[in-house]
Structure formats: structure tokens, C-alpha cells
Design a protein around this ligand. Sequence first.
Ligand code: NAD
Length: 331
Amino acid sequence: MKIIAYGIRDDERPYLEEWSQDQGIEVKAVSELLDESTVDLAKGYDGAVVYQQKPYTADVLDRLAANGVTNLSLRNVGVDNVDADAVKRNGFKVTNVPAYSPEAIAEFTVTQLMRLLRRTPTFDRKQAKGDLRWAPDIADELHTMTVGIVATGRIGRAAMKIYQGFGAKVIAYDVFHNPELEKQGIYVDTLDELYAQADVISLHAPATKENHNMLNDESFGKMKDGVWILNPARGALIDTDALIRALDSGKVAGAALDVYEDEVGIFNADFGSFDAIPDERLKNLMKRENVLVSPHIAFYTRTAVKNMVQFALNNNKQLIETGKAENEVAF
Ligand code: NAD
């Protein structure tokens, strides 16, 4: 059995080599992404492991299949950039890694909230200028607050545990009620109830057609004055212009955004200087002391990267050996 792994970063390579040695399976690591220029490298392999934000186009998938490779294992969750018709036409088996470390995202989300509540970004900036005074940057305490969790999937539940550990009151909204959490009585019936009660809103829902820009002028209007907004989920959940208006008016006290509507091509790139970042709205947000923008790094831990690589390789091996895998995605 031979597997080719595309888009392998330096931080992934040791985990790939460890798996290859443990399993005694040859894995060719290629640093380039899977596209028209690299698809022929897959000739002679039994499966391909991939992770990229750019599309897996019909052309590339047709050529991959023509090269004899139809076992495709993604190292991430989302499969929205995979051409579904080409998958069906060529009989691809596709797997993803639905959970590589929910705690990675949950811990980062709460870290950012604590930075906002304790005003550490402001104190860092003041101290760098020699200003060691306290006022006017008085902080808030999380245990006095109500946190509203939108979506109690794996990440939402991991975040919930941490908020509860801090002593915060947690309420939650989800289209599906987790039976264990139902017993704890944490669910509210509507988003409007969550908006009305929450001091902090922590978003953990996937992006769907139904929740596109769910945080908009109207929903901000239903929230408490001085609410804190956390989005480590998907940029499309927030109408960015509406958020900027809500920050300007003080309706929103601050926000931590690990994702952004127009992040593709911007996050995980080096523009050389702040001014060169080619997105004025993003820079508007980044300049604010009460907004923490991070470039989709909540997942980026050693544990999560190891799991993404090794779970995807396990899936690919399973597909090659049995034609099936637990994490197979239906198209
Ligand atoms: P999950 O599949 O375990 O849970 C998703 C939950 O969302 C489910 O309980 C589902 O019922 C609920 N849901 C779906 N649509 C909803 C809606 N319209 N309103 C309310 N709830 C809704 O997913 P997860 O592993 O917890 O991941 C959650 C999201 O986090 C992902 O979809 C992804 O967008 C994001 N994510 C971000 C990073 C990062 O690095 N920032 C990493 C991984 C995942």
C-alpha cells in the first residue's frame, strides 16, 4: 500500500513520518497542494490525503481518478470545496476528520474572551509606551456573567465546560438538543431568548444557508448593551458591516474573531506590513483595542495537527483496505 499526502506543511511532517513508521506503510509527502500541476504525482498510489482551502475542481478530480486514485481523505472537517458531481461520476470514496480536537478551539475562544474582559490588549499597548496606570481600563469578571452558546456540538460543549469551570452561568441554543445537556436545563427555545439574556455570545455553529449572517443589525438590536461576541466558527455567521456599526455604537463591547467572511486568501498569508493587508474592513476591526482578530488559528495546536494528519491517514488506509471508512462523507 502506498499513500500520497498533498500540501504537507513542516509542522505536519513529523506526525506523518511517525505514522508511516508505526504502520510500515509508505507515505509520500508533497508540500504542494493538489491541483492541475501536481495531480499526476499521484500515479501509482492507492490513496491521497489532502487539506486545502482552494477548490478540488472537477478537472483535478477527473484526472486523479484517471490516475487510478479514488480514495481521498481530507485532513479537515469541511468538504464544501470538493466538486460533488466529479466525486459521484468517478466513484470517489471521501473521508474527513470530523473532530481532531474540539478543546483546541474551545480553549482558544475562552483565552480570547479573558483577554478582552481583563483588557490585557490595552494594558500591553499602554505598557509598551511606558504607561503603567490602571484607569480607565477597569475589567470585568466572567463568573458574574451569562454566556450564551450558539450550537452545542463538540466545540460548543467543550467551551461550555470551560465557561462553567470559571463559574459563569451558561445558556445555549441549538436546533438539536443534546440529551445530556437537556437534563441540565441549559437550553433556551429561541435565539431571541439567548440574545436577550447573554452577556457573552459564543458562536459554535457551522455555516448553513439558514444561519448566513445570523448576527446582523436586527439581532444585535435584540442583545444586551455591552455584549461580548466570540466567533471561532465561520465568518459567514456575522454580517461584518453590522458588527462594525454595533462596535461603533457601543452595543457590542468587544469581539474576538478567529474567522472572517472574506478570509480566504488573506488568513495564513504574510503581507509584509499591516498597511499592505488588502482588506479595509478587516483592518478597521484589527485596529480596535476591543476587537481581537486572529487568522483562523484556534485549531492550530500540536494535538490537533497530529490528529488531523494521523486520523486522515487511518481513514485512507481503511478505505484502501476495506473500501469503507467510519468517517466517509456522503455526497
Ligand atoms: P459539530 O458538528 O460537533 O456541532 C455542530 C452543532 O451545530 C450541532 O449540534 C448542530 O445541531 C448545530 N447547528 C447546526 N446548525 C445550527 C443553527 N443554524 N443554529 C444552531 N445550531 C446549529 O461541530 P463542531 O466540531 O462543534 O464545530 C462547530 C464549528 O466550528 C464548525 O462547523 C466550524 O465552522 C468551526 N470550526 C472552527 C475551527 C477554527 O479553527 N476556528 C476549527 C474547527 C471547526
